[in-house]
Design a protein around this ligand. Structure first.
Ligand code: HPA
Length: 245
């Protein structure tokens, strides 16, 4: 049987455009509720999940990451391709570029971040040497190359609590600590995916230079605008990657 792949659509990616025979399902589990669309692409079963909801109504700090990842696990998904809009701290990663992040720095404050809360599952410490699947990142890199899409093959994602954007002082600190891009959703999503044993990778789309680096104040509209401009490349990259998995 072909492996099951999930796409978690971040900001600007709300519809399972590429799928046929789409049906929507609401999945209830111990952690809450997840809404998914199930469909097929090139004979593969694909699960699509809009992280912020179909109308971008759920802010990053209120996404039910555990319900979402548990639902994918229950659906027997093996590979998860996530998308994320990010700001850049790295002058070499300009707006419009893609980054296949390989590390994260966690600055979230107030989110349920594990499936292992003691009890029946016991005390478990999950290895995070390779939080983002090297195998999936490699396939994404090859897919990008075959499509002539420029990607940065590695980078460190700084995850903030949000929903506010950062201060320039915070951005200076994140840069000193080795961050390349900043967003509000990769943690705990990637952590939960690792805990659940899923292969998970994130395609980051740089939508802006971060606060204090950008000469203008940040707005969500700017983020959406750049996402919309690059959506075709992002969709092509996901389609080619799914083909290669
Ligand atoms: N900061 C945090 N999250 C973001 C940004 C940013 O500058 N751009 C897109 N998502």
């Amino acid at each position: 049987m072909a492996p099951k792949v999930a796409v978690i659509g971040g900001t600007g990616v709300y519809n399972p455009d590429i799928l046929t025979d789409v049906r929507e399902e609401i999945i209830n589990n111990d952690y809450g509720q997840a809404k998914v669309a199930l469909g097929t692409y090139l004979g593969k079963e694909i699960v699509f999940l809009a992280r912020h909801g179909a109308t971008h109504s759920v802010p990053p700090h209120l996404v039910n990451y555990r319900a979402n990842i548990w639902a994918l696990k229950e659906l027997e998904v093996e590979y998860v391709l996530a998308t994320a809009a990010v700001g850049s701290l790295n002058e070499g990663m300009a707006p419009g570029s893609f980054v296949l992040v390989d590390q994260f720095l966690d600055f979230t404050k107030n989110r349920p971040a594990t499936f292992f809360d003691g009890g029946e599952l016991g005390v478990t410490h999950t290895d995070m040497t390779h939080p983002y699947s090297p195998q999936l990142r490699k396939i994404l890199g090859q897919a990008a190359e075959s499509l002539d899409i420029t990607v940065h093959l590695s980078g460190t994602y700084v995850c903030t609590e949000g929903p506010r954007f950062e201060t320039p002082a915070e951005i200076r600190m994140y840069k000193i600590l080795g961050g390349d891009v900043v967003g509000m959703t990769s943690v705990p999503e990637v952590v939960l995916a690792r805990e659940a044993g899923l292969s998970y990778a994130t395609v980051c789309m740089v939508t802006n230079f971060a606060a204090g680096i950008s000469p203008i104040e940040l707005t969500h509209e700017e983020v959406l605008e750049v996402m919309a401009k690059n959506k075709e490349n992002l969709t092509n990259l996901l389609m080619e990657t799914i083909k290669m998995i």
